[in-house]
Design a binder for this molecule. Structure first.
Ligand SMILES: NC(=O)c1ccc[n+]([C@@H]2O[C@H](COP(=O)([O-])OP(=O)(O)OC[C@H]3O[C@@H](n4cnc5c(N)ncnc54)[C@H](OP(=O)(O)O)[C@@H]3O)[C@@H](O)[C@H]2O)c1
Length: 270
């Protein structure tokens, strides 16, 4: 069993570690490093993994290292342990948004396997989507392990080109917030109709869950599922026509393109 180090004990690494251990990965083969003690000690107590304040100690222990710090810290964090250790046979998986592979490779300054991934927030409840791109050093075994690791928090989609990470950001990375916004608007309107706050939330969340479950469980195209519940001249039809008159498709496309444009800017800002 490979040893895995998690650099940073924040939300995303917490989700992946929990997913791995809950899926049966031995906690004795997992270490987490974090400067402040609370989160890493809580993880040790909850899951039985190892913990340390030293990134270098964690990287030394591991075959595979998950880099889960904020993008602006990535270079300094990598340079620090890379200057002290031979890391050429180790494999690195970055979950940092907006941090190009080249920046990480330059900071590591040794020829190693590096993956750039883009998970999303539902990873925290095991229902995430992760886009993953590998550098040219990655072997078939490295790829299989990285895929298995990210599958502990959801499904995984391989990318052929790194620029597709920006598209993943628009389609799944930022997208939970689009659905939250839509649900918020519906919840507000339900309250306007006089439902209690609790009932409004129940009505909206159960409907969103039910619709997502139907999409997941059905073999039908999403457009067909919509058509099936939209009788011509009925109330659903009236609501759908209203969305279409207000150019919902164009609004969605514009918003997704804005996410891509901002992701590109952030990558340049480094
Ligand atoms: N959360 C998401 O849904 C999500 C989605 C996609 C991508 N990501 C990416 O995941 C990464 C982490 O995000 P997050 O949401 O998990 O953030 P977070 O909760 O703030 O976690 C970051 C962790 O890094 C620790 N840290 C700070 N300096 C460090 C150092 N020098 N060495 C080791 N650890 C250090 C922080 O510790 P202290 O708290 O003690 O400072 C904190 O526990 C980011 O790059 C983000 O872009 C997150």
């Amino acid at each position: 069993m490979k040893n895995i180090a998690f650099i940073g004990a924040g939300n995303m690494n917490n989700a992946i570690i929990s997913g791995l251990v809950n899926n049966g990965y031995s906690p004795q083969h997992i270490i987490v490093s974090n400067p402040s003690p609370e989160k890493r000690i809580a993880l040790q107590q909850r899951l039985g993994i190892k913990q340390t304040a030293s990134n270098t100690e964690a990287v030394e222990f591991a075959d595979v290292i998950v880099l889960g710090v904020k993008p602006y810290l990535m270079s300094d964090v990598c340079k620090d342990f890379a200057q002290q250790l031979d890391i050429s046979n180790k494999s690195f998986i970055s979950v940092a948004a907006g941090c190009p592979l080249q920046h990480i490779e330059q900071a590591l300054d040794q020829s190693c396997t590096v993956f750039r991934t883009m998970p999303n927030t539902p990873s925290e409840v095991g229902a995430g989507v992760t886009g993953i791109f590998a550098n040219t050093k990655a072997s078939a075994d490295d790829k299989a392990f990285a895929e298995q690791l990210m599958q502990s928090v959801g499904i995984v989609k391989w990318l052929d080109r790194e620029e597709q990470i920006d598209h993943i950001i628009a389609v799944s990375g930022s997208a939970p917030a689009y659905f939250f916004l839509f649900m918020e608007a519906m919840e507000k309107q339900a309250i306007e109709y006089g439902f209690s706050a609790e009932d409004s939330r129940d009505l909206v969340q159960q409907t969103a869950y039910g619709a997502a479950k139907m999409v997941i469980e059905s073999q039908l195209p999403i457009s067909k599922l919509r058509e099936n519940v939209t009788s011509k001249g009925g109330s659903t039809h009236a609501a759908i026509c209203s969305f279409q008159e207000d150019n919902l498709e164009e609004t969605v496309s514009k918003a997704m393109n804005s996410a891509i444009a901002r992701a590109k800017e952030m990558a340049k800002e480094g």
